[in-house]
Design a protein around this ligand. Sequence first.
Ligand code: BG6
Length: 476
Amino acid sequence: MKQTIDLVIFGGTGDLAQRKLLPSLWRLYNAGQLDKVRRIIALGRSANDSQAYRTRICEQISGASESDRFLEKLEYLGLDATQTADFEALATLLNTPAPAEQTVFYLATAPALYGAICENLRGSGVLANNARVVLEKPIGNDLASCQEINQRVLAVFSERDVFRIDHYLGKETVQNLLALRFGNSLFDPVWNSHHVDNIQITVAESIGVEGRGDFYAQTGALRDMVQNHILQVLCLVAMEPPASLEADTIRDEKLKVLRALTPITADNAKKNTVRGQYDDGAINGQPVRGFLEEGGFAEATNTETFVALRAGVHNWRWINVPIYLRTGKRLAERYSEIVVEFKKHPFSLFADDQNHTPNKLVINIQPEESITLHTVIKKPGLSRGIKLEPVELTLTADADKKQHYEAYERLLLDVFAGDQTLFMRGDEVEAAWRWIDGIIQAWQDVDLGVKTYPAGTMGPAAAQALTERDGRSWYD
Ligand code: BG6
């Protein structure tokens, strides 16, 4: 196949490039999916040459060896993204021997650099060729910084060439939500406030903040996970059926959900939100340190490593349905899951009916990818009367048809193909920040501090109280 794409990675020596992007590219290459990519040009500030960089990447990718042909595609160029003059060397490289048909600029740097990088790219003349830009999250730290990034990027690229990544949209089960909801006739009639009692979205991590203490101290779980991953998942759960699978049609529907999120304000923040921070504890029987010690903080900080919210979507379909969201670091185990809990049927026919929980649809995003409908049937046998027994109906592809891939593999292929369906449009990201900024403001107004929780648990006790106050409980 003709080689037509140059992929340029800003932040080529950074954590994301080394842990996620290059291993994903390597797997795509081995699966024969990277034929169109002529070169992968990694940019970084450190002095490296291409050979040293290849060796470094090879060591990072488990299973890779020095003789892998994939490594031949890799080149390294030292570049300081704030130095306009450095972009001349990049332009020369991209034009040698001739420009590729398509150049993809992947910005995996601090978001504060996105505007300057785009402006420097324009100044260097390299955008005369077909170009796309990929922006990693976070897009800013609040609405104002996000708007500034969007404006500066869109002054250089048109929206159809901007790919804002939220890697949760690249996960198989997250995309499966579209197939489940709109490829079956069974679910839509009950997918509303008449039949759904509550929705829960949990993204639990067992890792701590690792080496990112400083970044995390300024970010916190609300900005790091809810603003993007959790709200994107919520959009796919709550949105109206789109008129087509066109990227913008889907994104229009997601935007409506984000705009309909019930504001969390100073009046209700204490009731509807819980902030937590992990303390010493144990994960899988191993002792782990609390956030302050792990992050190297001399004094207490008010950073939340856990957040639980009682959210809502204020529209015709979802009015009065609580949507419980929670995420945290150093929780008991790593899993991400959506639970749609249906209302109990209105009349009990069976003596042991009350012992059984209402129907639930449990959508596991990771580590397992599965969709399970919790129902009851008759307990088999000759005993008198009808006794109920829980059964789980599993809606999962046959094991031999399952293909495991990393979210980044899927998303990189979509960028190369120019398909924006699984990427966030600028107005979506801004709408998400608007809601998040309101929560942060409310926290400041009521001075809501963090409650500590031992590492290895599911967050502070107040998170349990958040659902129990409503007569519900988290599905754990
Ligand atoms: C990132 C967050 O966006 O997502 C990290 O910045 C988090 O803090 C990560 O650990 C979780 O991703 P995944 O795919 O491992 O669930």
